[in-house]
Design a protein around this ligand. Structure first.
Ligand code: FAD
Length: 460
């Protein structure tokens, strides 16, 4: 590989790129990584981590309210957005330094620039400098999209800007029905904003189990979020001190902040893919095989830019698998089945495996176990909320193929349930496990009565 300046050039210093660069360097490769914005990428700088910090902040409101039933008097509660944002920014800066140090310690050369491909082995920087690389890893992630152009779209912000608002907006309109839209609805609402969520589809959280979608919507509405479905923002007008969003169907919503969380697209534009012979897949991301190898033999792509499963742990795993495959002599494919996922909205969602609809379409026999109950904590707090626990079981093999939870700590519970689902645990294994009382999670092992059982239509 000595004809090249480096053995590996990584474009993008996010979750996937950082892991791949560090591991490749530890395998002995000469690695250079380019990052055009901040090391750490979406997850660390303007995704999972700052989002979860804001989620924590937003949940104190309910805790203060619930405390009264437990005898606490919480007087003079006040919230200061600039303090939260400043503290969050400090933590993100610390993490960025930690990621940078880890890479440097592993021997990775970091270049703070935009980098694009000139050809399959040439990477060009913004200042024109060129580097020749034996292998190139594209880990450029994704970016927010705003949908079809509408009048006044320039007034809308995305999640990127939401992390840096100077003040907490009193009214927020959020367009979108996916996890980012719902999480920000929970954040703003918990912190005290009036939130209207607008989604063009029939119900929020497309792709999640239908019971989950129904349950989250009902509970979010109880917590004061106004949910409007079957319509979308047609225009946004500036009318100081507000914006007015005109919705299809005629409704107008005034808000200090209009946020679009209408999806994300892989960062593939103008990075020299054509010049390097890298093809795009039908899903809009870079086309790769199971080892994340693109149509150009020495170029690989991982993470959100491939638009497979757009989550941080997946990008990290793909980065590690790439390093093992190319520099560790251990060809490793990532298994994208049964990836657990969470929505940190209020109420929280955790899910792994098949939804009821997916199971019924794929399996000859599907058994459903479902419980909806008032959590113990809500008894004294008086909060009007319920938890949903739903198990989807393959009726022929008794295997647990899906688990869906809505309620406090759902994400923590689903991470553990995911191990069992991945290990192909059966419903009988769950039943044989002793309950831990009193918890919400004990419902996972005490659900004895089928709520429903479906045989797939013979014609299928
Ligand atoms: C608001 C929000 C919340 C999220 N919450 C979660 C969550 O709770 N859990 C979860 O698992 N996932 C979450 N995600 C998704 C997660 O952030 C991504 O899946 C993950 O960051 C993908 O990693 P990546 O390495 O593919 O790309 P990224 O982390 O996006 O990194 C790509 C990097 O490449 C850089 N770059 C792009 N083009 C170039 C170029 N030409 N030259 C140099 N540098 C370039 C970018 O600046 C960026 O730093 C969230 C995302 C968002 C937006």
């Amino acid at each position: 590989m000595s004809d090249y300046d480096v053995d590996l050039f990584v474009i993008g210093g996010g979750s996937g790129g950082v892991r791949a660069a560090r591991m490749a360097a530890q395998y002995g490769a000469r690695v250079m990584l380019a990052e055009e914005y901040r090391v750490g990428g979406t997850c660390v700088i303007r995704g999972c981590v700052p989002k979860k910090l804001l989620v924590y902040a937003s949940r104190f409101r309910a805790e203060f309210e619930d405390a009264a039933g437990y005898g606490w008097g919480v007087a003079h509660v006040k919230f200061d957005w600039p303090t939260l944002i400043a503290n969050k920014d400090k933590e993100i800066a610390r993490l960025e330094r930690a990621y940078t140090t880890t890479l440097e310690k592993a021997g990775v050369a970091i270049v703070k620039t935009r980098a694009v491909l000139g050809d399959a082995h040439t990477v060009q920087f913004a200042d024109g400098k060129r580097i020749r690389a034996a292998y190139v890893l594209i880990a450029t992630g994704g970016a927010p999209t705003y949908g079809d152009p509408i009048p006044g779209i320039e007034h809308a912000i995305s999640s990127n800007e939401a992390f840096h608002l100077r003040q907490l907006p009193r009214q927020v309109l959020i367009q979108g029905g996916g996890y980012i839209a719902l999480e920000f609805a929970g954040i703003f609402s918990g912190l005290g904003s009036h939130v209207t969520l607008v989604y063009r589809g029939e119900n929020i959280l497309r792709g999640f189990d239908d019971d989950v979608r129904q349950h989250v919507r009902m509970d979010m509405e109880k917590r004061g979020v106004r949910v409007l479905t079957g319509c979308k923002v047609a225009a946004i007008k500036r009318t100081e001190p507000h914006f007015v969003a005109q919705l299809t169907g005629g409704t107008q919503v005034a808000a200090e902040c209009v946020m679009f969380a209408t999806g994300r697209a892989p960062n593939i534009a103008k990075i020299g893919l054509k010049e390097a012979g890298v093809k795009i897949a039908d899903n809009g991301g870079i086309a790769v095989d199971e080892y994340s190898r693109s149509s150009a033999a020495n170029i690989y792509a991982i993470g959100d830019v491939t638009n497979r499963v757009n989550l941080t742990p997946v990008a990290i795993r793909e980065g590690a698998a790439f390093a093992d495959t190319v520099f560790g002599g251990k060809p490793t494919a990532v298994d994208h089945a049964n990836v657990p996922t969470a929505v940190f909205c209020d109420p929280e969602v955790g899910a792994v495996g098949l939804t009821e609809a997916e199971a019924r379409a794929r399996l000859p026999q599907t058994d459903i176990y479902r419980a909806m109950f008032r959590p113990l904590k809500a008894t004294l707090s008086g909060r009007d909320t319920t938890v949903l626990v739903k198990l989807v079981v393959d009726g022929r093999t008794n295997r647990m193929v899906g688990c869906h939870i809505v309620g406090e700590a759902a994400a923590e519970m689903i991470q553990l349930a995911a191990i069992a689902v991945k290990m192909k645990a059966t419903k009988a294994d769950f039943d044989a496990t002793m309950a831990l009382h009193p918890t919400t999670a004990e419902e996972l092992v005490t659900l004895r009565t089928k709520s429903a059982s479906y045989a797939r239509e013979a014609a299928e």
